[in-house]
Design a protein around this ligand. Structure first.
Ligand code: GDP
Ligand code: IMO
Ligand code: MG
Length: 429
């Protein structure tokens, strides 16, 4: 039996989708455990190029069950669009399931997300405007609707009525138009029609999978630096992308997780606001963006780019209990003669720290301390074994591993499924 959580180790967009697509070739079940269609998980394989938003990245393996877990917030309209795109590309959706306990993102959540960002003005978070924050807020306030509510029309109608009493007051407060409950109810009934067969109580399936020793992958969205509790609050998402939440959001016992793979880019990127200590504002940052194609998979926004942050990774590795790293986008650094890695932060007091992330206001004030390493100036895109990597690339990866205190389990040197390989190095730390 193996239950592997695959989580973002940085600010999101580390390449989780492609890592899961690769690992799912041998997985029985893949479960997305948090987030919503704010995610953009890019997968390139024989079905073409797909940016997945809600559907787990194991969907391309026809024998894998793919579950949108209880910890997720699901916009049914976005899900149906995504399903149609995959179907058009010949991908089977026969084993796609949705937890009845997953929350529903309603059209008014998107409107509220946009209005709230507008009201924040120059203090805006830079959300994806997918309604994620308002949907999780309603979940915590106990006024959310869940996917399983679609199966009980009377209950659904009553829950909607309850929710709209608050929502319509809020919308009016922001100067927005109130929601017509009847129109929305009818729209929800069309979602019921299209999705009812896939909405399940995940417990029996997952109990059985565990009992049979199945291989299960838990797919995280975003990364630890945008974790609601442990990220750069308030510039975070409204759920927990860290591994400890994976069994909660997936619906498995806490102790069932056997491996935690942290997906990490060979440099750093972030979209949205908030402190980002190793950000490059010069032509090197621009080069990383162009070479790495660093534009948001969901919003198309240019990503902020910077050097690899060894402090953030050490923190992420410890907090997630990572057992291995999957380092992606190594090839993007192929033409850089010199690379920098941040190995510590100098605080205004002069103190240097290297194993924890200061909280947001303090993080704005840190001065990153860099180590310089030689680049390899070699095309790595065809490499498929650790031994065949240039020595300078091995040294760079070893340094990342040392800083994380975690062995490297996988390396990717291009966006396609084949451009990734497992590493069986025994790294002592
Ligand atoms: P996710 O949200 O963590 O799944 O990551 P995204 O899909 O948002 O962003 C990762 C981007 O990098 C996508 O465009 C991928 O196709 C691309 N990518 C992933 N791994 C590699 C790699 O090893 N090399 C290159 N050049 N691109 C990669
Ligand atoms: P994947 O899963 C990168 C960022 C937004 C914003 C903050 C809050 O593809 O890595 P939200 O819409 O969640 O309320 O926005 O989080 N953000 C992401 N950044 N990749 C993502 O997903 C993101 N999902 C949200 O830019 O800063
Ligand atoms: Mg992404």
């Amino acid at each position: 039996m193996s239950v592997t959580a695959i989580v973002g180790a940085q600010w999101g967009d580390e390449g989780k989708g492609r890592v899961i697509d690769y690992l799912a070739q041998k997985a029985d079940v893949v479960i997305r455990f948090q987030g919503g269609d704010n995610a953009g998980h890019t997968v390139i394989n024989r079905f073409g190029k797909h940016a997945l938003h809600l559907i787990p990245s194991g969907i391309f393996n026809p024998s894998t069950h793919n579950i949108i877990g209880t910890g997720c917030v699901v916009n049914p309209a976005a899900l149906l669009d995504e399903m149609a795109q995959l179907q058009a590309a010949g991908v089977s959706l026969d084993r796609l399931w949705i937890s009845a306990r997953a929350q529903m993102v309603m059209p008014y959540h998107r409107r509220l997300d946009a209005l709230e960002e507008q009201v924040r003005g120059r203090d805006s978070i830079g959300t994806t405007k997918r309604g994620i924050g308002p949907a999780y807020a309603d979940k915590a306030a106990r006024s959310g609707l869940r996917m399983g509510d679609l199966l009980y029309p009377d209950w659904l109608e009553a829950r909607l009525d309850h929710a709209l009493r608050t929502v319509n007051r809020k919308l009016q407060l922001f100067g927005g138009e109130p929601v017509d409950g009847q129109v929305l109810y009818e729209q929800l009934m069309t979602f019921r029609e299209a999705l009812a067969d896939r909405i399940i109580d995940t417990t029996p399936m997952l109990r059985q999978a565990l009992a049979q020793g199945a291989s299960i992958l838990l797919e995280g969205q975003l990364g630890v630096m945008r974790d609601l509790d442990w990220g750069i609050y308030p510039f975070v998402t409204s759920s927990n992308p860290t591994a400890a939440y994976a069994p909660v959001g997936a619906g498995l016992p806490a102790g069932s997780v056997t491996r935690v793979i942290g997906v990490v880019k060979a440099y750093s990127t972030a979209v949205g606001a908030g402190p980002f200590p190793t950000e490059l504002h010069d032509e090197l940052g621009e080069r990383l963006r162009e070479q790495g194609g660093e534009y948001g998979a969901t919003t198309g926004r240019p990503r902020r780019c910077g050097w690899f942050d060894g402090v953030a990774i050490r923190y992420a590795a410890w907090l997630n209990g990572m057992t291995g790293l999957a380092v992606t986008k190594l090839d993007v650094l192929d033409t850089f003669p010199e690379l920098k890695i941040c190995v510590g932060y100098r605080l205004p007091s002069g103190q240097v720290i290297s194993d924890r992330m200061p909280d947001t206001p303090a993080l704005y004030q840190v001065d990153p301390i860099y180590e310089t390493m030689p680049g390899w100036m070699t095309d790595t895109r065809h490499v498929r074994r650790w031994e065949d990597l240039p020595a300078a690339a091995q040294a760079y990866l070893q340094r990342i591993s040392e800083l994380a205190g975690t062995p490297i389990a996988y390396v990717s040197v291009g966006p396609e499924r084949e451009q990734m390989f497992a590493v069986s190095l025994i790294t002592e730390h």
